[in-house]
Design a protein around this ligand. Structure first.
Ligand code: SF4
Ligand code: SF4
Length: 115
């Protein structure tokens, strides 16, 4: 007998048990549209030397906490870069990042996950 997977809680973002896009490439969480003032809001220990994006530690953004694929969080969530806000659960970038870690794609549900 097979057991159907439990349906995800509709108001819980899948990002809290993922983190794949935060550990995909050091070139990814780079600053683009941010003003100097917005970048200054990010604690400097999480910004790279060139001030061009988030600092990576090993294979993951230094602001990412927790265990990828299990339980994760962004320690600068309120002031995270635009590129991080743009990556939405279920979109192409999300699917690519998850695939790189052997994780299945998730349904795109913008009406639920929000921005
Ligand atoms: S946007 Fe996708 S890849 Fe990024 S943390 Fe959320 S579910 Fe994972
Ligand atoms: S700043 Fe936050 S959302 Fe962006 S890559 Fe780092 S941990 Fe992920």
């Amino acid at each position: 007998m097979s057991v159907a997977p439990a349906a995800p809680e509709p108001d819980v973002s899948p990002c809290t048990s993922c983190g794949a896009c935060c550990a995909y490439s050091s070139d990814w969480p780079r600053f683009t549209l941010e003003s100097d003032e917005e970048i200054d809001l990010i604690p400097p220990q999480f910004v790279n030397e060139r001030q061009s994006g988030m600092r990576f530690e090993g294979e993951r953004c230094s602001a990412l906490t927790g265990t990828i694929g299990c339980s994760t969080a962004c320690s600068v969530y309120a002031v995270r870069p635009q590129v991080c806000r743009d990556c939405q659960p279920g979109d192409d970038a999300c699917t690519m990042a998850r695939a790189a870690r052997g994780m299945a794609p998730i349904p795109e549900r913008p009406e639920v996950w929000g921005g």
